[in-house]
Design a protein around this ligand. Sequence first.
Ligand code: SF4
Length: 356
Amino acid sequence: MAPPPQIDIRDLTLDELRAELAAMEERPFRAVQIFDWLYKRRAARFEDFSSLSKALREKLAARIAFRLPELADKLSSPDGTTRFLFRLADGGHIESVLIPAGRRLTVCLSTQVGCRFACAFCASGKHGFKRDLRPSEIIGQVLFLETALGRDLTNYVFMGMGEPLDNWTNVEKAISIMNTPEGLGIAARRMTVSTAGFLSAFKRLEALDLQINLSISLHAVTDRLRDRLMPINRRFPLEELVAAAESYIRAGGRMITLEYIVIRGLNDSLDDADGLAGIARRLRAKVNLIAYSKVEGAAFETPAEADIARFRRWLEERKVNTLVRLSKGADIAAACGQLAGRFLDKAGPPPAGRKP
Ligand code: SF4
């Protein structure tokens, strides 16, 4: 699946837009005006940029595309979680998940169509990798949702379909456009990049001069089990991952969260909890425990609530700040990529009868 060929106006960072305007023999300061139309006034067509001349609007329209992902399906859970399935210009599908919690409204954003890392518990990995998302397709998820809801979201988590560090060039551009005051003006501390441990791009993330939160999908505390659950561990084993995370903290004093999906009888022993406590203390990291929720075709089991509570107690007794995250939206295709996964193996429209 090749990405749509024409560059989109929202693929461009402010500096890139200035350069593009210069190449068109236009004044670079127009870039700030264009950003204002795109990200403050949320205009949807070049024709709406009324502070620009008609000639410039036509020039832009001839060279640059202007599109948002199209909503293909939407599923809501009684717990308030909503999954949005988007159809991209080339027919690919991705999903974003909206998670309300008190005054927070968090969106979980996709960064790739599919994923190449094939974690055993994950729906996205099960269907393989199709392509990277463009910056415009990442930001498009935010713009669509904020426009549809009529309000800004509070937290932005790059933890949906795909491994953000495997598409770092485009994710970094999306972050730049989301963060810059001329763009969406979202504070870096309200954004979280999640990784399964793709260390090839880790130094570039570390070099980013922003207080972005880092979340590590850990899920196992021995190489033996992590190799089995997350094949990426065979390339970047646990000790390398933890050492990279230590370096990330040293570089910017930023906070790390460890995500740990608890799978019954597999990684839920008190030895596992001990190992997790050791890593968490070493990184001064918080731990989020998430009960595994069933993925079609995977032979894992959801743990009992009492077992999660015991696991949590064990961590807390070892002075680890631990939160049990509810497996939000478990009734509407729980793990990342399950909704979009229905369309990764086959082309075609979503099932009839469930329209946005
Ligand atoms: S958990 Fe993340 S890295 Fe692993 S297959 Fe799923 S999307 Fe990819």
